[in-house]
Design a protein around this ligand. Structure first.
Ligand code: FAD
Length: 370
């Protein structure tokens, strides 16, 4: 196996979470390699909805723009390759990918989840155009339309009722299983006008973008314009498990509010971690993890110190900071403080406090919030 020069960070995953994490690492002038096996969760989707300023957007276009803009930063590389393994070593981690050993001081995991699909003919022909799994993402597209909700567990109850908030009609199709909800849940659905059909969906009818219905094993057709399914999705935790990261009860990778996993130096973001599974949320959590990752690298290098007595980070320059440089900066802050104390007595009370601590700033009451 070939050893590759050490990077600051390896980001595993080239979806919105991984690209956002890498972008923020790059903006902190960290060297970063993104590993991307090309298995994007929304690869069948034509339009992702609700991304601020880009609603709707073709997810492939969003990724392409993200990649292009990321690659404009120095020290960034994207490799179209699967990461096969990862382990901690002295001073960081080794990630194996494409027959190479990549060394890095940090690892950011953004490998997403895998959806379980229903077994119905022509599924991929319609998936992402008229077939979806998430009412939050695509419920709006179901407005005033006839919808089939495919699923059989108790979870289908809330799922179907949520869809009913948009749709003209919702019918639950159990795909050949018995409905697993109890009598009360059955009554609740029926009371809300949601019928339950305990039959097997054999084939989706119509062409892409124009779903006509589901052909049932019994031979009839259940007409619908959209189909949503509620089965399950499984996080891709392989690397997280190898690295020893704690997982939540539902299998996600556990992280704190900075995207840090239970293993120091390993961060995670996107659908892989708990929370809403949306493009914008994935990108946001990637940004959080990327910034936290970069700051931990800076802290390790002594490039970041906390300003005395405050919470604002004091960033020293990237090149040649060293302890002496930090000491110089701290001395300058002390000099500035002494200077302030000298001029403060000449100012009136409010101005002096404002200049000194940024507090008690006189405000114009007419614009203050009530
Ligand atoms: C049908 C459908 C419709 C959706 N509609 C919307 C919508 O309208 N609006 C919305 O906001 N969200 C929508 N979503 C959800 C959205 O797609 C996800 O929340 C988002 O893609 C999550 O981003 P991510 O970066 O966490 O994961 P992904 O985008 O899935 O990216 C995972 C990345 O990890 C890589 N990877 C995995 N394992 C490895 C490995 N071992 N080595 C290297 N690379 C690896 C993959 O190749 C990929 O690059 C939809 C999802 C689906 C399936």
């Amino acid at each position: 196996m070939v050893e590759v020069e050490r990077r600051d960070a390896v980001v595993v995953g080239g979806g919105p979470a991984g690209l956002a994490a890498a972008t923020w690492l790059a903006r902190h002038r960290c060297t970063v390699v993104v590993l991307d096996s090309g298995e994007y969760r929304n690869q069948w989707v034509e339009s992702a909805h609700g991304y601020l300023g880009l609603d709707p957007v073709d997810p492939a276009e969003l990724r392409a723009r993200g990649r292009q803009q990321l690659l404009a930063y120095p020290g960034v590389e994207i490799r179209e390759v699967r990461a096969d393994g990862a382990r901690a070593v002295e001073g960081g981690f080794v990630v194996e990918a494409g027959g190479e050993r990549l060394r890095a001081r940090r690892v950011v995991l953004a490998t997403g989840v895998v959806d379980r699909f229903p077994e119905v003919g022509n599924f991929l022909e319609h998936y992402g155009a008229s077939v979806f799994h998430c009412p939050t993402c695509d419920g709006y597209e179901a407005r005033d339309r006839h919808v089939v909700a495919m699923g059989w567990s108790e979870a289908i109850v809330g799922f179907a009722l949520k869809l009913a908030g948009w749709a003209a009609s919702v019918t639950v199709l159990t795909d050949g299983r018995r409905f697993e909800g109890d009598g009360d849940q059955r009554e609740l659905l029926e009371g809300c006008g949601v019928a339950i059909v305990e039959d097997d969906g054999v084939e989706l009818l119509g062409r892409r973008g124009a779903l006509e219905g589901v052909r049932l094993a019994g031979g009839e057709t259940l007409g619908c314009e959209l189909l949503f399914f509620s089965i399950a999705n499984d996080p891709r935790p392989g690397l997280a498990d190898e690295l020893g990261c704690r997982r939540t009860e539902d299998g996600c990778v556990h992280v704190d509010e900075h995207g840090r996993t239970s293993v120091p130096g390993v961060l995670a973001a996107g659908d892989l971690v708990p929370g809403l599974q949306l493009v914008q949320v994935a990108a946001a959590s990637g940004a959080v993890a990327g910034v936290a990752c970069a700051q931990s690298l800076w802290a390790e290098e002594g490039r970041m110190a906390l300003a005395a007595g405050g919470s604002a980070p004091l960033m020293a320059e990237r090149t040649g900071p060293g302890p002496q440089r930090l000491q110089d900066l701290e001395d300058k802050i002390d000099d500035a403080r002494e200077g302030l104390e000298e001029i403060a007595p000449e100012l009136d009370d409010d101005e002096a406090r404002f200049a000194d601590r940024g507090e008690h700033r006189p405000v114009d009451d007419s614009i203050a919030p009530h």
